[in-house]
Design a protein around this ligand. Structure first.
Ligand code: FAD
Ligand code: MLT
Ligand code: ZN
Length: 481
């Protein structure tokens, strides 16, 4: 992939790692958590999409907040650049070094610290893997308000740092609402304890929000406290087909109105996404095999009364069929069938990787206009690439993916800046949930005003004056170097 990796010049302000630095880190962490092994470094230098490759010579695995603090204090005093890393599932080149930044991976800080069954408040270390938290909560009779396809590898610290959205934001809201508190370490090693477990706390500025979604550019998140809802007894999933995009929009409106409080997901995929996933994902089965359709929707309901919920869902489906909003559909008969629907939806990113090169865009656009962009891209690209569109329709979040046999600058020039300009013209966001990372740091002005970006730069300067935290990411070169 040629468009970014080679284009960034190493900032000469940063020092280069030497033997004395290694000895210092070994003194803090012990030899076994100071990693210089080539194979492990290759993995830590390479992102999930295999698109971005750094050349870091050092991976550090702290086991406590105090160790993170000592590492950062030292790096700041030496002007050594660092990249915070969680599960390394980020999709915008934010979690891997661009040049030789020291990688600080939180995976050994993976303890659940407390869980209050009365309030549903969980406190844990940032390196906990999301799926482990989901399982822990399930055993306690609660659910995690966040779920996403990368749950088996991503860490809660990474989720918080990207403000990940995922499959149930429609129901539970974003991490800005569900994270009640956090602990973060600033670039100079200062530990900021904001690890509150309160629903309400209006004592001054709510600074935790600076760390939610700032992609490791303002501090390293070390602990998190999250509000989790109780697990409800009745979960249903329906996989539906629609003939056109107008029908999907009407279906969404009806789902919100008729399913109301039990609606917990409304995901969509187009026919091209379905084809791709059937061709490239192991174990994928079309739940509606009789014929191919233009659009598919996965609706999930979660409620507390089985017969009431079923009745509601069936009435909604009947109404949708009578009004020709859906052309076919199937209601999961058991948990296995429901998981096979989710496997299909959550497996699209992996299927795209298997299909070849992928240009990935993550956009917020009003639902009404959202699919126009996919259609315009199809017209622009003709048969040189496959336009695959899916996403969290209930949140107005389109995942526009252009799949091609290999990366090609000619294809890229057909896509960019068109996609960004189109999104900006329609007052959308060029990063709905994945963040800016390296990929979009210099594209920020498509979605934010100059004044806003300048204020972000001032905050960055205050918290990390030497700019050692995740350089070349999030903020554009014009304000960050
Ligand atoms: P990483 O990838 O390691 O890091 C992401 C960013 O956070 C980097 O900038 C890194 O520097 C920073 N960071 C990581 N840990 C910390 C920390 N402790 N303190 C400070 N900074 C830190 N995203 C969605 O929003 N919704 C989805 O539905 C979704 N689905 C996905 C499905 C798949 C198959 C994949 C591969 C990715 C998906 N993503 C999704 C992308 C998403 O951002 C990540 O999966 C996840 O939130 C990142 O967590 P991570 O631990 O892997 O972080
Ligand atoms: C998803 O919703 O599947 C994720 O955000 C990943 C992607 O966009 O490919
Ligand atoms: Zn997504």
């Amino acid at each position: 992939y040629s468009s970014l990796a080679g284009l960034v010049n190493r900032n000469p302000r940063f020092s280069t790692l030497n033997d004395e630095d290694i000895r210092y880190f070994e003194g803090i962490l012990g030899n076994k958590n100071v990693i210089q092994d080539e194979e492990r470094l290759i993995a830590a230098n390479t992102d999930w999409m295999h698109k971005y490759k750094g050349s870091s010579k050092l991976l550090l695995l702290p086991q406590s907040t105090d160790e993170v603090s000592q590492i950062l204090k030292y790096c700041n005093s030496r002007c050594l650049a660092v990249v915070p890393q969680g599960g390394n599932t980020g999709l915008v080149g934010g979690s891997v070094p661009v040049c030789d930044e020291v990688i600080i991976n939180l995976s050994l800080m993976n303890k659940i610290l407390s869980f209050d069954k009365v309030s549903g408040i969980l406190v844990c270390e940032a390196g906990c893997i999301l799926e482990n938290i989901i399982t822990f909560l399930d055993n306690e009779g609660f659910v995690m308000p966040l779920d996403l396809g990368a749950k088996g590898s991503c860490q809660i610290g990474g989720n918080v740092s990207t403000n990940a959205g995922g499959l149930r934001l429609l129901r539970y809201g974003s991490l800005h609402g569900n994270v009640l508190g956090l602990e973060a370490v600033l670039a100079n090693g200062t530990v900021i304890d904001m690890l509150k477990t309160l629903r309400k706390d209006n004592t001054g500025y709510d600074l935790k929000h600076l760390f939610i979604g700032s992609e490791g550019s303002l501090g390293i998140v070390t602990k998190v406290s999250i509000l989790t809802p109780p697990k409800l007894s009745s979960v249903n999933a329906a996989f539906l087909a629609c003939k056109d995009y107008i029908s999907i929009q009407k279906l969404l409106q009806e789902a919100k109105r008729r399913l109301g409080e039990i609606l917990s997901a409304f995901e969509f995929l187009d026919g091209q996404s379905m084809n791709l996933v059937l061709n490239h994902l192991e174990g994928a089965r079309n739940p509606l095999p009789a014929s191919m359709h233009n659009f598919y929707v996965l609706i999930e309901t979660t409620g507390s009364d089985e017969s009431f919920d079923k009745q509601k869902l069936e009435a909604f489906l009947l109404h949708s069929m009578e009004n020709e909003l859906i052309s076919d559909g199937v209601l999961a008969q058991d948990i296995n069938q429901a998981s096979s629907f989710w496997h299909l939806r959550e497996g699209i990113p992996e299927a795209l990787m298997r299909a070849g090169a992928v240009y990935k865009y993550d956009l917020s656009i009003t639902v009404e206009k959202l699919y126009d962009l996919a259609e315009e891209m199809r017209t622009r690209l003709g048969n040189v690439a496959n336009v695959v569109a899916y996403g969290h329709l209930g949140d107005g979040n389109l995942h526009l993916n252009i799949s091609a046999p290999q990366y090609d600058d000619k294809v890229l020039s057909q896509i960019e800046p068109y996609v960004y300009e189109w999104t900006s013209k329609h007052r959308g966001s060029i990063s709905a949930e994945h963040g800016l990372g390296l990929m979009k740091a210099n594209k920020i002005f498509y979605s934010q005003s100059h004044e806003t970006v300048q204020l972000m730069a001032s905050i960055k300067n205050l918290l990390d004056p030497n700019k050692i935290l995740n350089p070349y990411k999030v903020l554009p070169d014009s304000v960050s170097s």
